[in-house]
Design a protein. Structure first.
Length: 261
């Protein structure tokens, strides 16, 4: 099986603090992963490392076939990774239209500085349609609701046919219906022939879809455990992860959590 990510004994130190410690993790092409952990667990640090914004202090990292340090081509690597995050939202030009924002994904740029080809324009329209954004394609990004913005960002990330699609808390600020619509969009992307491998970061287990086959539990910068999602999201594991008794309820492939009293 082709490996998309391989981290071997990765540690990361910033400003004298260890943010990540001895991380071993492999993501294979056919898998989709959830990264789950409490506030401050190190999820953002790990994503920044995967996208080559941070360089590991120790260990060996291979992402999409590039060995960090040996063939270190951060820009080229990032073009193959689709990233949807609230930080990216803030960086975009708010007066650009949804269509321009999606098109800019073809160049992995913030803003549109190169002339898109007809093929790119057609592809952007197809993606806007697939993610149900076509009706507001000509509206300025700043006028869109949070749910509409997130869908535009996913369409943007797909413009470059990424091999890895990282979704960092993509449902922040979304109401229940917008959240479910976004999740349905991910299920439909996953059915495509050239579907990317998903890495989905969340604080909410309710968002874990059946397509997310694997889960990594992160705690204090270390891998607490990793493996099949239904084995990780269990009462035993999560009670240990959170140091309190947790009630886990699975129903029709979706899960919810409650604290036991
Ligand atoms: N540049 C830095 N220097 C020192 N400490 C840092 C730095 N960046 C992050 N940290 C610390 O590292 C820990 C992990 O941070 P990180 O942002 O990766 O957590 P997270 O899992 O993404 O949290 P959240 O769910 O709240 O977003 C936190 O305690 C944070 O304060």
């Amino acid at each position: 099986m082709e490996k998309i990510v391989e981290l071997e004994q990765i540690s990361l130190k910033r400003n004298g603090h260890w943010l990540l410690k001895d991380i071993n993790w492999s993501i294979h092409k056919e898998e989709n992963w959830v990264l789950y952990g409490l506030n401050g667990a190190g999820k953002t640090a790990l994503l920044n490392m995967l996208c080559a914004y941070y360089f590991p202090t120790e260990g060996r990292a291979t992402v999409l076939g590039k060995v960090f340090g040996r063939d270190y081509l951060a820009e080229k690597l990032r073009q193959k990774i689709g990233l949807v995050s609230s930080k990216l939202q803030q960086k975009l030009y708010q007066s650009d239209t949804a269509f321009q924002i999606v098109l800019s994904g073809a160049f992995a740029s913030i803003g549109l500085f190169e002339k898109p080809t007809d093929e790119m324009r057609e592809k952007a329209i197809r993606l806007l349609e697939e993610l149900h954004c076509l009706s507001y394609a000509d509206r300025a990004y700043e006028t869109l609701s949070q749910g509409e913005r997130q869908r535009v960002l996913i369409a943007r990330a797909l413009m470059a046919d990424p091999e890895l699609l990282i979704l960092d808390e993509p449902t922040t600020g979304l109401d229940f219906l917008a959240r479910e619509q976004l999740l349905e969009g991910l299920e439909s992307i996953n059915k495509r022939e050239n579907a990317p491998t998903f890495l989905y970061v969340t604080h909410h287990v309710e968002e874990i879809l059946p397509i997310f086959t694997h889960t990594l539990l992160l705690k204090n910068g270390e891998v607490f455990d990793s493996g099949l999602t239904n084995e990780m999201i269990s009462e035993e594991k999560l009670s240990k992860l959170f140091d309190c008794d947790i009630l886990v309820t699975w129903e029709k492939g979706r899960v919810s959590l409650r604290r036991k009293f």
